[in-house]
Ligand binder design. Structure first.
Ligand code: GLC
Length: 509
């Protein structure tokens, strides 16, 4: 059971309105009470924050806003003492444009060795004034930016995130050094950013233009920016480093929806886990969710990896909001939590999911995601799901920070959403998560890696785990009969032998 800490928004100890490493230390008791096993902390490395830390200027340091290396070591020691493992983000696909290598590349002539660590190319057309190919950036606009001497460099994301060329031995060696650096400090593993992106096809050919070729779409095989076969050699290099240490792991952010192609990342000498984004992208209906589960299980079946379930993260609207928002969205999110946590394998919870946080409708002037500007202000980007977590009290910043002015504003009216307000309420989302996680951790009914589908009323999902757990989710428009068995937990009260609409129940059947 992993918990994703989006560092800017989890807890701020320094009082500047931005979360930090010391803040995470103060909230470890919350994570222990919740019942998680491991943390994933999003990037806290030196960064100009063009993409909030996913633009890394030095992968072996700490951004002063977030703390320092001794502070990281202290967090690691505290987490380990509390029985929690710690994984950190690895961002290999690109560096920040503020990385020394990129500065060196810009200061060097076209064709020089310093440029060979990135993808610098001459342009096409008259005077090379057209980009070298037609690839779009995931964040909007072309994936190329021109430098004053006329060459262009590739950036699949923002211009401040130039792609590194892993064909260059120094780039690979430096990644290995970064792995060793954090492994020696004692981290338990890595979440690998854009793990399907580090290999580019020879010659960087044009791709067939698609309506939406963004990372956030269902990338098809025609998308030459991602999922190139050469990426697997890199994963084997990463795995070889991890295997030099005891009990370390890597999970990949792999936006690949073809089961076989995704499974290739989970071969015994590659990643230990790959997020399966099908739950994150499925609609709230029985057919979509069942298909998400089936594909996720089919993906891992031929591999040594367990399935890896994700409902929300820092790149997508939160599921409370995706499922309709308000009371409806919350009710469905409660049911979805029981679905996610009933499934065999690894589950990731995004900070605030356990409180039922929704997305926030932020005004234009506070938006910070590069997507907003890069899309010509047509796409609002991901800030809405990144608002700081409310811990206690009745007014912003709800004990997230001593400052009331937080990096993204927190709305009024979140008092009832705070961890403090929910802790004592047995009907709260937090209590549901705590109970569910405790059962999942201790009850033998969760044994077994397979899912046996059970006959269920139209619009419902029902399955059994070999340990005896039965999970029923009612996505139909009417109450359905409660299956036989002892009720272990339900997302809504079950009375008169019926499971209400948009509710889930766990039974020992
Ligand atoms: C991943 C991260 C996302 C980031 C992008 C570029 O998709 O999850 O937040 O913007 O990579 O690093």
């Amino acid at each position: 059971m992993f918990y994703q800490v989006y560092i800017r928004s989890f807890a701020d100890a320094s009082g500047d309105g931005v979360g930090d490493l010391a803040g995470i230390r103060t909230r470890l008791p919350h994570l222990v009470d919740l019942g998680i096993d491991a943390l994933w902390i999003t990037p806290f490395y030196p960064s100009p924050m063009a993409d909030h830390g996913y633009d890394v200027a030095d992968p072996r340091g700490v951004e002063p806003t977030f703390g320092d290396l001794p502070g990281f070591d202290a967090l690691l020691a505290d987490a380990h003492a509390a029985g929690l493992k710690v994984t950190v983000d690895l961002v290999p696909n690109h560096s920040s444009s503020a990385h020394v290598w990129f500065a060196e590349a810009l200061a060097s002539a076209p064709g020089s060795p310093a440029r060979a660590r990135y993808f610098f190319r001459d342009g096409r057309g008259v005077d090379g004034s057209e980009p070298p190919n037609n690839w779009p950036s995931v964040f909007g606009g072309p994936a190329w930016t021109r430098v004053p001497d006329g060459q262009w460099y590739l950036h699949l994301f923002a211009p401040e995130q130039p792609d590194l060329d892993f064909g260059h031995p120094e780039v690979v060696a430096d990644l290995e050094e970064t792995l060793h650096f954090w492994l020696r400090r004692g981290v338990d593993g890595f979440r690998i950013d854009v793990a399907h992106g580090m290999a580019k096809p020879d010659g960087l050919p044009d791709m067939v233009p698609a309506e939406d070729t963004g990372l956030f779409a269902d990338d098809g095989p025609g998308d030459l920016r991602f999922d190139q076969d050469g990426v697997h050699a890199l994963h084997r290099r990463v795995r070889a480093v991890l295997d030099q240490y005891d009990d370390r792991m890597a999970v990949g952010e792999v936006w690949v929806f073809d089961d076989e192609r995704l499974a290739a990342y989970l071969r015994p000498d590659e990643l230990h886990l790959a997020f399966n984004f099908r739950l994150l992208t499925a609609d709230w209906d029985a057919a979509s969710l069942r298909s998400a589960v089936e594909h996720s299980l089919a993906t891992v079946e031929p591999t040594p990896a367990p399935a890896c379930w994700v409902l929300s993260n820092h790149d997508r609207p939160r599921h409370v909001t995706r499922y309709g928002g308000g009371e409806l969205g919350t009710r469905r999110a409660r049911a979805a939590a029981l679905l996610q946590l009933a499934l065999p394998g690894v589950a990731y919870v995004y900070n605030g999911d356990e409180l039922g946080m929704p997305d926030v409708d932020l005004p234009d002037e506070v938006l910070q995601d590069p997507i907003w500007e890069r899309s010509g202000r047509t796409e609002r980007g991901r800030d809405g799901c990144r608002v700081p977590v409310p811990w206690a009290g009745d007014a912003p910043a709800y004990d997230f920070s001593a400052a009331s002015d937080t990096w993204l504003p927190m709305p009024a009216g979140w008092g009832p959403l705070t961890a403090q307000a929910q802790a004592g309420d047995p009907a709260s989302m937090l209590s549901l998560y705590r109970t569910a996680l405790a059962l999942r951790r201790t009850s033998p009914v969760f044994a077994g890696a397979d899912v046996q589908w059970l006959p269920a009323p139209e619009g419902c999902l029902a399955f059994r785990r070999s340990g005896g757990l039965v999970c029923l989710v009612n996505l139909s428009g009417a109450p359905v009969p409660l299956p036989e068995g002892e009720v272990l937990l339900s997302s809504e009260p079950v009375t008169d032998g019926a499971v209400p609409v948009d509710a889930a129940v766990w039974l020992h059947g």
